[in-house]
Design a protein around this ligand. Sequence first.
Ligand code: KIV
Ligand code: ZN
Length: 497
Amino acid sequence: MSEKVFVFDTTLRDGEQVPGCQLNTIEKIEVARGLEDMGVDIIEAGFPISSPGDFNSVVEISKAVNNPTICALTRAVKKDIEVAAEALQYAKHKRIHTGIGTSYYHIVHKLNSNQDEIIKRAVDAVKYARKFVDDVEFYAEDAGRTENEYLAKVVEAVIAAGATVVNIPDTTGYCLPDEYGDKISFLVNNVSNIDKAIISTHCHNDLGMATANTLMGITHGARQVEVTINGLGERAGNTSLEEVVMTLKSHKDLPYHTDINSKKIHKISRLVSTLMRMPVQANKAIVGRNAFAHSSGIHQDGVLKKRENYEIIDPKDVGIKESSIVLTARSGRAALKHRLEVLGYKFNKEEIGEIYHRFLDLADKKKDIKDEDLKVLVGKAANEESPIKLELLQVVCGKSSVPMATVRLKINGDILSATASGNGPIDAAFSAVKQLVKRKVRLEEFLIQAITRGSDDLGKVHIQIENRGKMYYGFSANTDIITASVEAFIDAVAKII
Ligand code: KIV
Ligand code: ZN
């Protein structure tokens, strides 16, 4: 039978310690609601003694959230514990998370103390916290660098004092996966009352091993994982929630599960990234922009044949609609054809071959080809078959001059020119085109869009015209917006002819 692993999210406490990632109370409530919606078991809402803002956030999150346990952090200090208890007064399920450093470094160089005194302070803190709440978690800070025998003594003492959860943080992210797994095993085998508490992992990512260490913790006996969205946290961050949850979900052979609704992962990842102004690195597992993007021809072809050829997770399982085929100079015809079909274009093999050449030309100049670029490529291919081609366009415009346009068109092989005036250069050019095509057309819609933000970028023009009660659509894109407009107009008019 699969065993449940409790998910303890500390995005709002350890994650929020990252410089520049501070949230206000309203933002924290939004994240907490998202965490609740996703099925997180415990939300570490803050460190109430640290500031009035943090205190207030714990109070408001306690009011706003119903299902998860709300946890507040403290040092092993009476005042911290009292303030945490007060901040948690409205929580439906409450937990105090208290603790102290247990490694040689922390005991000697930070706390100026000794091992016996640390055990006493740890026990006193847990006992004091139990006066306020039934659920007390104890953290042995820097447990990753604490020798196992001493750690076992501390853990046994705090469980005897009433701790319901014992947190074994690899505070500095130093442990190797085997080492961390052995540490948890050591506690399971050497702490006489270990069955009275849940063991929790809390791994930092300084050597990029937070997820591996957390998983080793689970396989060796931990049943709670402390994680953050997008792996945010001090320095290189904490274990990321999405990585642990999706590892347990993907490896059906592992007899563990969480109650997280993984389909909510993408949404909350974006929410946290936006609110904390912390972009997610593109190749971040599960939630990075490229996590479900395929760019090489071989991979694209494989994924299009069967998604599982190159994907171990269905993007829908994390709330992403579909994987993306990124078009670059490494892409093949299969990917190009697929994307064009998604955009609604169907071409035969020969046409695809022709478009593919243009595509490669462009892809060598531009890193990745967007849908808009493809539309332009396809538009150009179509224009070449058009019965009307724009050979020349000259306009006169500006302040104090009458807008004029001269247009030279090749219509079914004949070269024809016309000059017209208008209320602007585009209007003048449209009039000149109308004179040459000898068709009565009415402009129904005219939309100019910039593709990106630069003034040197392509402008897209969509046009709809009416002729004898029928609508015709035209499109073009050009860095010269007047040319793009005239080309789009001609594209539509050519469809009448
Ligand atoms: O990394 C750590 O040790 C912590 C504790 C306060 C739990 O964040
Ligand atoms: Zn931490």
